[in-house]
Design a protein around this ligand. Structure first.
Ligand SMILES: Cc1cc2nc3c(=O)[nH]c(=O)nc-3n(C[C@H](O)[C@H](O)[C@H](O)COP(=O)(O)O)c2cc1C
Length: 229
């Protein structure tokens, strides 16, 4: 199948909604019951998760907190790719990419999905439950496989280094990641969920598990779910 035909197929299926190749996420909420202060007080690393599914709304809200568009700028420069986002980025260059390893999410087939900020959609990268592969790639941190879903960030460093050189690699991309990761962590707490940041993993194995492009480098994993007990 040619790339063009595949794209048409994906687009058509997204429109009819009878395929799981592209999933439109529910509109993100703009208000919640938990204040920023409460979320900061409550945030802890959670590694034990209840055996219950996440809702698609929750996954959508977490993706939005990561890198969702908060100020659409459709006529803006190409590098913005849609507008300004929930997390800041040096030069508004947005080097990060987000993957969702879904295992137990209502309304979302198990698989690895890439978040498309511009349209607030998930695009299937690899079908099937890949959480155990991710846990193995993270040096056997099994709690990753027991969370209903895990987020995984990568970076396309060149988006930032083309403008900022070494400073972009050594500082700005990691600073961007910290902002995005903390957004998700606090959003998880505000949704009554728990999460933990995972930085210990074998890069090449995570890259394979997620189905990342050659130009992407994996940076962070965050399993999310309802805390057990
Ligand atoms: C950059 C970074 C990498 C981390 N990597 C891991 C990890 O690989 N595995 C893990 O269980 N926790 C990991 N953590 C979580 C820390 O262990 C945790 O944040 C710390 O013990 C403080 O606890 P708290 O998050 O509950 O405040 C990481 C945290 C950060 C910020």
């Amino acid at each position: 199948m040619t790339a063009g035909l595949l794209l048409c197929l994906v687009a058509a299926m997204a429109e009819t909604g009878d395929s799981a190749l592209v999933v439109r996420l529910p509109e993100p909420a703009r208000a919640g019951a938990v204040s920023v202060e409460q979320a900061l007080w409550q945030r802890r690393s959670v590694r034990e998760f209840a055996d219950e599914p996440l809702a698609l709304e929750q996954v959508g809200q977490l993706c939005w907190a990561t890198y969702g568009i908060t100020l659409p700028l459709p006529g803006g420069p190409a590098f913005l790719r849609g507008g300004l986002r929930a997390a800041p980025s040096a030069g508004a260059l947005y080097p990060l990419e987000l993957f969702v390893f879904a295992g137990n999410v209502t309304g979302l087939d198990p698989g690895v999905w890439r978040y498309r900020s511009e349209t607030h959609e998930l695009v299937l990268v690899r079908p099937g439950d890949r959480r155990a592969e991710l846990a193995a790639a993270a040096l056997g941190q099994e709690f990753i496989a027991r969370a209903p879903a895990a987020l995984c960030w990568s970076a396309v460093f060149s988006r930032t280094t083309n403008k900022y050189g070494a400073r972009g690699r050594e500082r700005y991309v990691m600073m961007d990641l910290g902002h995005s990761g903390q957004n998700v962590w606090l959003q998880a707490v505000a949704l009554g969920l728990g999460a933990v940041a995972v930085g210990a993993f074998v890069d090449e194995e995570v890259k394979l598990a997620a189905g990342m492009d050659a130009r992407e480098e994996p940076l962070y994993i965050m399993p999310v779910g309802r805390p057990r007990g």
